[in-house]
Design a binder for this molecule. Structure first.
Ligand code: DX5
Ligand code: ZN
Length: 212
């Protein structure tokens, strides 16, 4: 299993110390949760903060845009290797996909828990990653929604049938138990915030998830 650590669960008063806890681990990505206070009822941080974090980390970044108008922001996240936007946002998904591809970045689309998985099918051929939310986006530290697991299974079947090269990532409430369920249903990346940064031993938590 690949692992992405959400910095939303870091102690923001000392980012450098927090990032140093995972910097020498086998972590695959740092997950950057960007919130605009409209698409979700919370505000996190913007591109300036992300650029500052980039200076203290060599780990690839994936930015998860929880913004009403992703097109207004994609170009501001050049430090990310992958940019993920929400299918439920207000821009035409094809326009956002093209804008991200024009930057030479990988493209991901995320689905909120209440969104029908069928809605993403028309875009699967154009993208590199699907991010299934297993919490309502907006906050870290919530409980994993088991009823989202069937979405992973349905997507995995479609991806395999059509032979698409797409990562299937799960975000929200991840721990070692439900990460196993995600893997069994076809996910190959999990995002974990609290499980990693609120742990006494973040590196051990990462290794546990990676071994699944
Ligand atoms: C929720 C974010 C998640 C969150 C994960 O809106 O997209 O990435 O930070 O945090 P945990 O693992 O604590 O649920
Ligand atoms: Zn996220």
């Amino acid at each position: 299993m690949k692992v992405s650590a959400s910095i939303l669960s870091c102690d923001f008063s000392n980012m450098e110390k927090e990032i140093s806890k995972v910097e020498n681990s086998d972590l695959d990505f740092l997950h950057i949760d960007v919130m605009d206070g409209h698409f979700v009822p919370n505000i996190s941080f913007g591109p300036h903060v992300v650029d500052c974090v980039k200076k203290i980390s060599h780990i690839p970044f994936e930015t998860h845009l929880m913004t009403e108008y992703p097109l207004d922001f994609v170009e501001k996240f050049k430090s990310s290797d992958t940019i993920i936007f929400h299918l439920e946002s207000q821009n035409d998904p094809m326009d956002v996909i093209c804008a991200i591809k024009d930057m030479g970045k990988k493209v991901g689309i995320s689905l909120k828990p209440k969104t029908d998985v069928l809605k993403i099918f028309p875009y699967l051929e154009q993208i590199d990653l699907v991010l299934i939310m297993t919490v309502e986006p907006g906050f870290g530290g919530q409980l994993f929604m088991k009823n989202q697991v069937k979405k992973i299974k349905v997507l995995k079947e479609i991806i395999d049938n059509k032979n698409f090269k797409i990562d299937l990532e799960v975000d929200g409430g991840i721990n070692e138990k439900n990460a196993k369920i995600c893997k069994e249903n076809g996910a190959n990346i999990v995002v974990a915030g609290s499980y990693i940064f609120k742990s006494d031993n973040p590196e051990k938590s990462i290794n546990l998830l990676k071994s699944i």
